[in-house]
Design a protein around this ligand. Structure first.
Ligand SMILES: Cc1ncc(COP(=O)(O)OP(=O)(O)O)c(N)n1
Ligand SMILES: Cc1nc(C(=O)O)sc1CCOP(=O)(O)O
Ligand SMILES: [Mg+2]
Length: 513
């Protein structure tokens, strides 16, 4: 398969730790083909910057035009731009092209050794022509202060300054927490765009080897976007990549060393937490939300492997499936009032108890609590309206839907009983706003969560696909049509069970890791 092409428009760091050298290392590490447009040549080591010389305008534009004709990008990272002229030239070049790819602007002003690389002191509006043309701008605390002319003393200042950048035309801002520590021992990034915000929180890594961390972050983000991840998932992956790179970094010269290149992020510990709306951290940034109180972990499921998990919409279906020996099921009824749904939920919960089955109720959590179901399944939007404390206190399990890394990390913050990973293949059962995840991503999600949370795959899974799904290691397979549209239910269940068993070896291997 050909590698996605990512451009870095950046300065050369002859020390190899930052600038386009860091970008090209990162892009190669993450499976992209990197092309470089050199803006300046810096004479730089880990301790000093001794010279910066911009390239001429014609060679700058020639690089862009030449690449554009033959190697068009899937994503672009913009790093050091030498001066106002280069910024204007790039803004003109971008606005004249039908460019529909993400562009990440790292507004480089100061090298990690403290030397200023670009621009002057005071509020800096030089990037303003570029702000509306890029997808995301990624200032660190110092750059945010320099760009806005606002000192950053606390988390709320970060939010205010980021809002100022939005007001000046930026489409989205990632205000990085690396240079600034309002929460002791934590590094918290704020993402903000016209639709909303979120925080990414992780432990601050105790190292001096941070040379090129901003370059590595923006190029890793461009790579993950080029690989087809939505912005929020790409940001979660980027944070995990930075965490691993900082953890394994090593000093090379006398000053700060570069980050290590550690490949695809896999270790759960490297992934950032997503603080819940209303948490103390969110409040410190000036945001309110529904989850003020501490989250109580949900009762665990009695197994890590929920197995075959049909999701059906009637008591008749539940009865037939229980009679066939199915022991994990969900009642998913839609568009009924609480009063209309109550007798169904009450009977379903009683049927589940009678058969010793794990009977989850979708959406109608109040009724599930009232009638003592085994558990509740909720989507990420449903969770906001539900009383999670009441579900946890009543001893019901909670399953949560997720559709990518960001939602997985947000689900983790709620300490559920299992995490559903969807939708794996195209489905006609439900209109999905997200893209099918496919088996490779499913395997990665499962590996990330294995041993911590039971996982369930859902979406477009049938008898033919079930064994490859099971081979990813996932512990549960949720299906609608594979059961409800089966010509012969007994045979369909046998095929699904045997497909699941065939994935047993892979699951055991995944759990052993
Ligand atoms: C096991 C499992 N996974 C995901 C879903 C989807 O739940 P949700 O996001 O709440 O969407 P609806 O089912 O309510 O349309 C599920 N039901 N079960
Ligand atoms: C209800 C549902 N939730 C999904 C998710 O990804 O959250 S996919 C899905 C439909 C699954 O139906 P089928 O097995 O017929 O494809
Ligand atoms: Mg739901």
């Amino acid at each position: 398969m050909s590698k996605p092409i990512v451009w870095t428009i950046a300065g050369s760091d002859c020390g190899g730790g930052a600038g386009l050298q860091a970008d090209l290392h990162t892009l190669a590490d993450l499976g992209c083909h990197g092309c470089s447009v050199v803006t300046s040549v810096t004479a730089q080591s880990s301790v000093e910057v001794t010279a910066v010389e911009r390239v001429g305008d014609s060679v700058f534009l020639a690089q862009l035009d030449t690449l554009w004709r033959d190697l068009p990008p899937v994503a672009i990272k913009v790093g050091l731009l030498a001066d106002d002229v280069q910024i204007r030239l790039l803004a003109e070049w971008l606005s004249e092209r039908p460019l529909k790819v993400p562009v990440i602007l790292d507004p480089v002003l100061i090298a990690s050794c403290g030397d200023r690389l670009s621009g002057s002191d005071g509020a800096d509006s030089r990037f303003d022509p570029l702000l509306p043309l890029v997808t995301l701008v990624t200032p660190n605390g110092d750059e945010l202060a320099a760009l806005t002319g606002r000192p950053i003393h606390c988390a709320a200042d970060v939010t205010q300054a980021s809002r100022q950048l939005l007001a000046r035309g930026a489409r989205a801002v990632l205000a990085k927490g690396g240079h600034f520590e309002p929460f002791s021992g934590r590094c918290v990034d704020l993402y903000l765009d016209g639709c909303g915000h979120f925080l990414l929180d992780g432990p601050r890594i105790d190292t001096r080897n941070t040379h090129g961390s901003g370059c590595t972050l923006s190029s890793a983000l461009a790579a993950f976007l080029a690989l087809g991840y939505p912005m929020e998932d790409a940001l979660v992956l980027t944070r995990a990549y930075l965490h691993a790179g900082l953890k394994q970094s090593a000093r090379l010269g006398q000053g700060p060393g570069p980050l290590a290149r550690t490949g695809w992020p896999q270790k759960f510990e490297a992934f950032p937490a997503v603080p819940l709306p209303g948490s103390a951290m969110e409040q410190a940034f000036g945001f309110d939300g529904p989850y003020g109180e501490a989250i109580v972990p949900f009762v665990p499921c009695d197994t890590q492997e929920l197995g075959l998990y049909p999701v059906v919409d009637s008591l008749e279906w539940l009865e037939r499936l229980l009679a066939q020996g199915v022991r994990t099921l969900q009642l998913r009824i839609k568009d009924l009032t609480l009063e209309q749904a109550e007798p169904l939920v009450a009977k379903a919960a009683a049927m589940g108890r009678r058969c010793g089955a794990r009977l989850f109720i979708n959406d109608y959590w109040q009724l599930a609590v009232k009638h003592g179901a085994y558990g509740v399944h909720l989507g990420q939007e449903d969770v906001v309206a539900a009383d999670l404390g009441a579900i946890a206190e009543a001893g019901l399990r909670l399953g949560l839907s997720t559709h990518g890394y960001f939602e997985i990390m947000r689900a983790v913050a709620l300490a559920p009983s299992y995490i559903a990973l969807g939708h794996i293949f195209p489905t006609t059962t439900k209109q999905m706003p997200s893209q099918p995840q496919g088996l490779e991503r499913l395997a990665r999600y499962h590996k990330l969560l294995a041993g911590r949370w039971p996982t369930v795959a859902i979406g477009g899974i049938d008898q033919q696909r079930a064994s490859s799904v099971a081979a990813t290691g996932v512990g549960g397979i949720a299906v609608v049509r594979a059961v409800t549209q089966a010509a012969d239910l007994t045979r369909a269940l046998e095929q699904l069970w045997s497909a699941f068993e065939s994935g047993q070896g892979a699951r055991e291997a995944a759990h052993a890791q």
